[in-house]
Design a protein around this ligand. Structure first.
Ligand SMILES: [Zn+2]
Length: 314
């Protein structure tokens, strides 16, 4: 009886998992088609549209295929109280909403209308990266946001895709390592700061790999972290690797690093002026910070490390 029930549960579950994967693929294709259509209309490369929308997706809770949202007042015009969606009426009221799907209405929930409105906004500034940076600055008024979007665009351009990014455990197979859930432990140095990350203990010289694909945002010495490097991925997550013995030669701020790529080696640097080493056993301190467009906060990498280690192929 139990087996029969189990069989039926599996039978019911399997097709739904299959459908879900197909839905995701379909959504990616839909998004890409929307971006490419804008590129064809404006000559602004598709990856800027993709990056802006991904950033908006990262900071919002909606499930919309185009996550970007404009304030109703900005879209329809401050005195367009009835939200009349005809482009000529919107324009008369000083709104910015545009019709993108050709139905002669500009609706603030329609994906194509949103992108057409974004295009219209961007074209006021121009089509070069510098123009787009200025447009983004004026829209978001936040340095980290502009940098994040430009970096997401860089990754999309380089990878020539918007999903299916791999993830990796930071220590390659075949190297001894151990780690525990040390989230929130007190630090030995630097007063009352709590431990925001996971310490992966390994021998000196063990390769350290990027867990996610992203762009190097920071590299250098820090009194606590020693030689450390920070990489931001396309999900507004900042991955922090500290106490390194050395960096991989040639890695610099602004470079794209792919998941699984070696970025340095395990060491015990930190807790003093540049070059200080050996004040504690060698380990990789790994932290993840999430940015919601206003604030950045640390979250516990331990459960992710467990998954990446379990799924590791090399
Ligand atoms: Zn640590």
């Amino acid at each position: 009886m139990r087996k029969t029930i189990l069989f039926f549960i599996c039978f019911l579950l399997l097709p739904s998992i299959h459908v879900q994967a197909e839905d995701e693929m379909e959504e990616t294709t839909k998004k890409m088609n929307l971006y490419l259509k804008q590129q064809a209309l404006t000559q602004i490369p598709w990856y800027y549209y993709a990056a802006i929308n991904q950033y908006e997706n990262n900071i919002r809770d909606n499930d919309n295929i185009i996550a970007m949202e404009f304030e109703e007042m900005t879209w329809y015009g401050p005195l367009n109280n009835d939200k009349i969606p005809h482009p000529s009426v919107i324009e008369m009221f000083g709104g910015i909403g545009k019709d993108g799907n050709g139905d002669e209405m500009a609706k603030d929930q329609n994906p194509e209308d949103i992108l057409a409105t974004l295009s219209d906004y961007l074209l006021k500034y121009g089509k070069t990266e510098q123009d787009i940076k200025i447009a983004l600055w004026n829209y978001y008024q936040r340095e980290l946001t502009v940098q994040t979007i430009i970096n997401i665009a860089k990754v999309y351009k380089e990878m020539n895709q918007i999903d299916n990014f791999k993830q990796a455990f930071p220590v390659p197979k075949g190297y001894n390592n151990s780690y525990n859930n040390t989230w929130g432990d007190k630090r030995g140095f630097g007063g009352r700061r709590i431990h925001e990350g996971t310490d992966i203990f390994a021998n000196y010289g063990t390769p350290v790999r990027a867990t996610n694909t992203g762009v190097v945002e920071l590299k250098g010495w820090n009194k606590f972290g020693g030689w450390r490097i920070g990489i931001r991925d396309v999900f507004n997550r900042y991955h922090y690797y500290a106490h390194l013995n050395q960096f991989t030669e040639g890695i610099n701020v602004g470079d794209i690093v792919k998941a699984g790529e070696v970025i340095g080696t395990v060491g015990s640097t930190g807790y003093g002026p540049p070059g200080t080493s050996g004040k504690f056993p060698p380990h990789l301190h790994y932290g993840i910070y999430k940015d919601d467009g206003k604030n950045e906060w640390a979250f516990d990498p331990y459960p992710y490390l467990k998954i990446w280690q379990r799924n590791a192929v090399d």
